[in-house]
Write a protein that binds this ligand. Structure first.
Ligand code: GDP
Length: 170
């Protein structure tokens, strides 16, 4: 029955992006652990998971975070149903790079619902939510629906509110 439902459920493309080492792959596998996963593809350079949530198949692409890869894939962002931008909240040194990357993502993905994950909350030096929101000028975003989720992907925190938000807003 589950397999049948999955077969006929509509598919939605979601891209998980952000700087390298922010925790994208860990989050993807955490999401997979929370929900029934339909398929997994892992090849050199990217990971692909199809997860079923609220009768929708969420096809989540983790395309790697190195600059050359990010530049290559940017033109796929507008054709996505949603984006998940992962921030390493403990990475004070690369805050400027992260701001630039987020600004680039916003520029080329008008209207695409976006989730911002502030990851690595278990680290003592994690930047606060309000600081990161201010740095990224989140309150100025008017062209899309957006949502902020604090996580520690290494710990067994549930991502159900994130998946629910995605399912409701794609
Ligand atoms: P990616 O390059 O964005 O895909 O990042 P990875 O998922 O490979 O994670 C990079 C490193 O950060 C790995 O060593 C992970 O174990 C670690 N990591 C991921 N999420 C967390 C977290 O929430 N807390 C901590 N302390 N480490 C994390």
């Amino acid at each position: 029955m589950g397999i049948l439902l999955a077969k006929f459920s509509p598919e939605y493309i979601i891209r998980i992006i952000g700087l390298d080492n922010s925790g994208k792959t860990t989050i993807l596998y955490r999401l997979k652990g929370d929900q029934s996963s339909i398929s997994t593809v892992s090849t050199n350079g990217f990971n692909l998971e199809t997860i079923q949530c609220m009768n929708k198949n969420l096809v989540i692409w983790d395309i790697g975070g190195h600059r050359n890869v990010r530049n290559l894939y940017r033109h796929y962002y507008p054709q996505s149903h949603a984006l998940i931008f992962v921030v390493d909240a403990s990475d004070h040194q690369r805050i400027d790079e992260m701001k630039d990357e987020f600004a680039e993502v916003l520029k080329c993905s008008e209207g695409v619902p976006t989730v911002l994950i502030l990851n690595k909350q278990d680290k003592e030096n994690a930047m606060t939510e309000s600081f990161i929101k201010e740095q990224l000028k989140l309150d100025d975003i008017k062209d899309r629906k957006w949502f902020v989720q604090l996580t520690s992907a290494l710990n067994s925190e549930s991502n159900s509110s994130l998946l629910q938000w995605l399912s409701n807003n794609i």
